[in-house]
Write a protein that binds this ligand. Sequence first.
Ligand SMILES: [Zn+2]
Length: 231
Amino acid sequence: MIPLLKRLLDIPYPNRCDCCYARIPHDRLLCDACIAALDKERITYSDWAAEQSAQPWENGSVLFSYRDTARNGIISMKEGERGFAQYAGAQLAEVVKTVCEPDAISFVTWVPVTRRRRLSQGYAHAENLGKALAKTLGIPTRRDLLTEQQGALRQHDLPADARSVYAQRFRYSGGALDGKRILLVDDVLTTGSTLRRCTNLLLEAGAESVSIAAACARVLGKKDADHDAER
Ligand SMILES: [Zn+2]
């Protein structure tokens, strides 16, 4: 949006921090207090991977433990707000650059939502994050590869051992991916079952490699929020 229009819109529609809802200047994504709090919630992919078995993806990038300020940001992102998604996308790009050469990534894609959900809310949870990440890295995006089938249950209603069954709802809907190197994005990395399923679908379609990136991860032993991670 052009700066003058943003300034004019700031009068009836003030810009607010996605993590605490404080009013912030029109050119800011989050407030200073939340940016400082997020710095304290930083974790690495290794913190998550150390508690897990081997994964099908080549490497992973994460930013924050899923709690407190970062959790508020994820909730706002799921409601379609863009401030946290843009902030996290730009920060996540810096982490991705430490494990991948951006020029070698063919495109960014993200975990989908059902067709009905996308039509009603207009985006997938991880979509604004994926777009911000791709824009910072200067690489294209694709959202035509993966689909989620409609079902009655939501994943966060399920115990961990049922999540891999739930993940079967994701399907591949694109063409051959021969030789493509893909960066797959989700909002929260929990058990990894969703990203494992989506990674395997992309590899079966011929992708040369899949890297994953998530704004948050749930790490045991760290104080995490309960029960409301979508994936
Ligand atoms: Zn804030």
